[in-house]
Design a protein around this ligand. Structure first.
Ligand code: DP6
Length: 347
C-alpha cells in the first residue's frame, strides 16, 4: 500500500424510534413528513463497525458490506461521499484538500442481522459518515454530520447522537438534535428479541413511498397525531415518566403498523410471534397493575422492549417461560448511553 494511504475505523450504534419516521416530503434529500424521536443504544451491543481507507492509488470507490462486495456507485453511498468530499475540499488544511480527490475503500459489518428491521441502515450510514469525517480530519460539528448521514438513510441522522434524540422535519438544515443524554435516565433499559433474522420483503424506502402514496391514515397521522405526540414523548422523557413513555411508544408502534396495513397493497412487517409478544406485554402489564414494559417494532418482526432495570429479571423469566429457549441467545441487553466510538485511527 502506498505510504500516503490512511485508514480509520469506528463503530456506531443503532437507534430505536419510539415516535416513528415513516414517509418523506422529499425523497432525494430525504426530508421526513414528521418529526421522530429515538433512543440510541449503547455501542456494547448492536453496532456497525466500519473501516475506511483512502489512497491516491485507488482507482474507484468500493464498499464491502458484511463480507459481500457492494456497489460503490450506489446513489446514497455516493451522495454521502460527495458531501464529505465537498467539506474536505473546502478545508483550510492542504493535506485534507489533497485527500478529497482520492478514492475510498469501505469495509463495514454489523454484529446483528442486517435489513431485518433492526435499524442497520441507521448505524451503517452514521458510521460511514463519522468514519470518513475522522479520516479526513474534518472539524465538522456533530449536527453537520447528522445532515450528511441523513442523505444515506433518514434514521441514520439520529445515530450521530447518544441518548434521547429528536429529528426535526422542518429544521434548516434537516437534522437531529439530542433531547437528553443517556445518563439522564440510566434505569431505562431495552431488550431486543430477534424473532427472525431474514431480510424484510419490502425495504423501508419502498414501503414508506407506498404508504405516502396510498394511506389516508398516514395523512391523518401527519396532520393530527404526531405533533402532540412528539411533545408528550419529550415531556415523558424529561420527566422520566415510564408509564407515559411506554404508552406513547406502544401506541406509536401500533399506529405505524396500522398504516402499513392501510397501505395498498399492504405491508406486513410483523408476524404471529410479534403479535404474541404484544399480547404477552399487555397481559404482563395487566397482571402487574401498571405499565411496566413497552414494545416497539420497526419495519420487521423483531421486538424491542423497553423497561426499567428493576423489572428486567421478572419480565425476562416470564418471556422465557412463554417463548421457550428460542430467544435466549438472541437476546441482547442494551443500555442507552453514549454514541459513536472511534476505536482506532490508523494513520
Ligand atoms: C420504521 O431510515 O431505513 O425504522 O430514509 O428510506 O433509508 P430511509 O428509511 P429508514 O426508515 C426507518 C423507518 C423506521 C422508523 C424509524 O426508524 O423512525
Amino acid at each position: 500500500m502506498d505510504c500516503k494511504s490512511r485508514s480509520s475505523t469506528c463503530i456506531a450504534p443503532i437507534n430505536i424510534a419510539v415516535i416513528k419516521y415513516w414517509g418523506k416530503s422529499d425523497e432525494e434529500q430525504i426530508i421526513p413528513l414528521n418529526d421522530s424521536i429515538s433512543i440510541t443504544l449503547d455501542t456494547d451491543y448492536m453496532f456497525t463497525k466500519t473501516t475506511a481507507t483512502i489512497g491516491p492509488e485507488f482507482t474507484q470507490d468500493s464498499i464491502v458490506l458484511n463480507n459481500e462486495q457492494g456497489s460503490g456507485d450506489g446513489v446514497r453511498f455516493q451522495n454521502c461521499l460527495s458531501e464529505i468530499r465537498k467539506l474536505a475540499a473546502s478545508s483550510k488544511h492542504s493535506s485534507t484538500v489533497e485527500k478529497s480527490t482520492w478514492k475510498v475503500a469501505i469495509v463495514s459489518e454489523n454484529n446483528f442481522p442486517t435489513k431485518a428491521g433492526l435499524a442497520s441502515s441507521a448505524s451503517g450510514y452514521a458510521c460511514l459518515v463519522f468514519t470518513l469525517a475522522q479520516l479526513y480530519e474534518l472539524e465538522s460539528h456533530q449536527s453537520e454530520l447528522s445532515a450528511l448521514a441523513r442523505r444515506g438513510s433518514g434514521s441514520a441522522c439520529r445515530s450521530l447522537f447518544g441518548g434521547f434524540v429528536r429529528w426535526f422535519h422542518d429544521s434548516q438544515p434537516c437534522i437531529a438534535r439530542p433531547i437528553a443524554e443517556a445518563e439522564h435516565w440510566p434505569e431505562l433499559r431495552c431488550l431486543v428479541a430477534v424473532v427472525s433474522n431474514t431480510s424484510k420483503s419490502v425495504g423501508s424506502t419502498e414501503g414508506m413511498r407506498r404508504s405516502a402514496e396510498t394511506s389516508k391514515l398516514l395523512e391523518h397521522r401527519v396532520k393530527h397525531v404526531v405533533r402532540d405526540r412528539i411533545e408528550d414523548m419529550k415531556m415523558a422523557i424529561l420527566e422520566k415518566n415510564f408509564v407515559k413513555f411506554a404508552e406513547i411508544t406502544m401506541r406509536d408502534s401500533n399506529q405505524f403498523h396500522a398504516i402499513c396495513l392501510d397501505t395498498y397493497p399492504p405491508l406486513f412487517y410483523m408476524n404471529s410471534t410479534s403479535q404474541a409478544i404484544i399480547q404477552l406485554v399487555h397481559r404482563y402489564n395487566q397482571i402487574r397493575r401498571s405499565i411496566k414494559v413497552a414494545y416497539t417494532f420497526d419495519a420487521g418482526p423483531n421486538a424491542v422492549l423497553f423497561l426499567e432495570q428493576a423489572e428486567i429479571s421478572r419480565f425476562a423469566s416470564v418471556f422465557y417461560s412463554v417463548f421457550g429457549s428460542t430467544p435466549h441467545d438472541q437476546f441482547f441487553r442494551g443500555k442507552v448511553p453514549d454514541l459513536l466510538d472511534p476505536t482506532e485511527d490508523v494513520a
